[in-house]
Design a protein around this ligand. Structure first.
Ligand SMILES: Cc1cc2nc3c(=O)[nH]c(=O)nc-3n(C[C@H](O)[C@H](O)[C@H](O)COP(=O)(O)O)c2cc1C
Length: 200
C-alpha cells in the first residue's frame, strides 16, 4: 500500500513538473498609464482621470500590476491652463519627470501603455517612461482615451519608438465613456483583449 501511495505521489509530482501537465504559467502583465484629473473636456472636474479608469479595468481583466506616471511637477487643474502646459512641453520636446520607478521590470513580459491624446500626440511624460526602460522582447499594447481623435497616430509612434518590442493593436475609448460608463468600457476592453488574443 505504501509503495502504491509513493508511486501515485511520484507520478503527480512528475506531471506537475512537465509543462503539458502543469498549469499554464500566466503572463506577467504590467499596466502603466498617465492620466490627468481635475477639469477636463466633456467631463467637468474629475477626481480620477479617464485613462486611469480605463487602465484599472484592463489591469483587473488581465490580473496585472499597475504603475501610474504621476508627474513630479503637477499639471494645472484647470483645462485651459493644462492646454497651455501641454503646448509648451510639446514645443520644447520636454521630458517631464514622474515619481518613483518600476520595480522588477524584467519580470514583466506584457506591458500596456496608456495615455490621453494631447493635441494629437502622446503626452511627453509617457516618452520619459518609454525612453527609460528596455522593451526588448516585451509585448506592448497601447491604450488611450480621447475626445474625437481616436488613437491619432500614437500606435505608429509607439511602433516606431519601441522597435525591439512586439506592439499589438491598441484600443482608443472616448474619455467621457471611460469616466461615466464603467460597464460599457469593461465590455469594450473585454472584446478588444479577445480580439488581440490576450483573453478567451
Ligand atoms: C492638453 C489637452 C489636449 C487635448 N488634446 C486632444 C486632442 O488633440 N484630441 C482629442 O481627441 N482629445 C484631446 N484632449 C481630450 C483628452 O484626450 C481626453 O479628455 C482624455 O480622455 C483625457 O484623459 P485623462 O483624464 O486620462 O487625462 C485633450 C485634453 C487635454 C487636457
Amino acid at each position: 500500500m505504501k509503495k502504491l501511495i509513493s508511486l501515485i505521489l511520484a507520478v503527480a509530482l512528475l506531471c506537475a513538473s512537465i509543462p503539458a501537465f502543469a498549469e499554464e504559467i500566466p503572463a506577467h502583465v504590467l499596466v502603466v498609464w498617465f492620466s490627468h484629473a481635475g477639469e477636463n473636456y466633456n467631463v467637468g472636474v474629475i477626481e480620477e482621470g479617464n485613462t486611469a479608469k480605463m487602465g484599472k479595468i484592463i489591469a483587473e481583466q488581465m490580473s496585472g500590476d499597475t504603475f501610474e506616471l504621476v508627474p513630479v511637477v503637477p499639471y494645472p487643474e484647470d483645462y485651459d491652463s493644462c492646454l497651455d502646459a501641454a503646448t509648451e512641453e510639446q514645443r520644447t520636446d520636454a521630458r517631464p519627470e514622474y515619481d518613483g520607478e518600476i520595480e522588477n521590470w524584467d519580470q514583466y513580459d506584457t506591458i500596456f501603455i496608456g495615455y490621453p491624446i494631447w493635441w494629437g500626440e502622446i503626452p511627453n511624460i509617457v516618452y520619459t517612461f518609454m525612453e527609460a526602460y528596455d522593451f526588448t522582447g516585451k509585448t506592448v499594447i497601447p491604450f488611450n482615451t480621447h475626445e474625437g481623435s481616436g488613437q491619432s497616430h500614437s500606435q505608429r509612434d509607439i511602433e516606431g519608438l519601441l522597435t525591439s518590442a512586439t506592439v499589438l493593436k491598441g484600443l482608443a475609448i472616448r474619455g467621457s465613456k471611460a469616466q461615466n460608463d464603467a460597464e460599457g468600457t469593461s465590455a469594450d476592453v473585454a472584446a478588444w483583449l479577445k480580439n488581440i488574443g490576450l483573453a478567451e
